[in-house]
Design a protein around this ligand. Structure first.
Ligand SMILES: [Ca+2]
Ligand SMILES: [Ca+2]
Length: 330
């Protein structure tokens, strides 16, 4: 490692320049070596924060993230040779599923994937005899609609062959688009659900993916309406996952009683992981509280930065701000 003093001094000035807008008076940062090879990762990376197969131990939650699911009802499908028995969230009827995620990493975009199981005689746009329409809605955070459509498992009715389903289009009663039943399904009659009225196996699977701009807490919502009895038509959810596009690689900073900040990654990114470790080069003891502080060593995004912390009355927020300004300006 190059410890050329003049380069060190330039690096120091560079850091001070970069930290403009940052509350300097509380402490001084000196980067003694390493800015010349500082090469932070791009600030955006996708991180999966939640997934659930609804099998035993099938749920994964990113560290620190809080999850709340408004229903815990699961069912194992009868299965078939193509799709063996599979446990999913459901069976559900009219009403909704709400998946609430909080304490998410800072993000500007969310991607939700899931398999939608549609069981038995969904009627799509067919609205006679109060059989439908069988409407399915996907949304988030109250009023944001991602999908508002109808699905139809049954064949087109013999007397009214014009009735199909809206999906993949939006359901619009005043301008109905009649797609064929099961348009877009990735599986048909594989889950093993028997319709004893029509004497046929009748189910379908749709693999749905939604990506949308988002920040803060997420309440992802699925909602069905117009359905008949749950033994006649029902639905479920399987293999759901939620990923967020992070706008920063979040870092929390805490201080020990001995004026030594320690830094802890709040997550373990799975894509383009920034290596971020913190190793004091000496071990603080109480007697060192009034002595010159230790040298802190960072490995930041695979690039080392050595920081000498002369005064550490900074708050955690200030430390994080400093790191972000370093990353954001490079
Ligand atoms: Ca499953
Ligand atoms: Ca119906």
């Amino acid at each position: 490692m190059d410890r050329n003093p003049s380069r060190e001094r330039k690096a120091i000035h560079r850091v001070m320049d970069l930290s403009c807008g940052f509350s300097v008076p509380y402490f001084t940062w000196l980067v003694t070596v390493g800015l010349s090879i500082l090469n932070p990762q791009p600030a955006l990376s996708n991180t999966q924060v939640y997934s659930n197969t609804f099998e035993a131990n099938g749920e994964t939650i990113a560290p620190g993230v809080s999850v709340s699911l408004n229903t815990q009802t699961t069912t194992t499908s009868p299965g078939s040779g193509i799709h063996p028995p599979d446990t999913f969230l459901g069976e559900l009827s009219n009403g909704g599923v709400s998946l609430a995620l909080s304490n998410l990493p800072e993000h500007d975009r969310v991607t939700v994937r899931f398999d939608l199981f549609l069981i038995r005689s969904w009627d799509g746009n067919f609205d006679l005899d109060e059989r439908g329409p069988d409407v399915f809605q996907v949304g988030y955070d109250g009023g944001n609609v991602l999908l508002y459509t109808t699905f139809r498992n049954a064949q087109r009715p013999m007397l009214y062959p014009e009735y199909g389903q809206s999906y993949p289009n939006t359901y619009n009663p005043s301008d109905l688009i009649q797609n064929n039943p099961r348009t877009g399904a990735v599986e048909n009659d594989t889950l093993g659900y028997f319709n004893s009225i029509e004497n046929i196996y009748q189910d379908s699977v749709y693999r749905l993916v939604f990506t949308f701009q988002h920040s803060g807490n997420l309440n992802f919502q699925l909602f069905a309406s117009g359905l008949q009895d749950i033994s006649n038509e029902s639905w479920g959810v399987d293999d759901i996952s939620v990923s967020v596009r992070e706008t920063t690689n979040s870092i929390t900073a805490t201080r020990t009683p001995f004026m030594v900040p320690t830094f802890t990654p709040t997550k373990t990114p799975t894509e383009r992981p920034p290596t971020f470790t913190f190793t004091p080069t000496n071990t603080p003891t109480p007697t060192e509280e009034e002595t010159p502080p230790p040298i802190a060593e960072f490995l930041f995004s695979l690039s080392p930065i050595w920081m000498q912390i002369e005064e550490t009355s900074a708050t955690s927020e200030e430390l994080i701000s400093m790191l972000r300004s370093l990353r954001g300006n490079r």
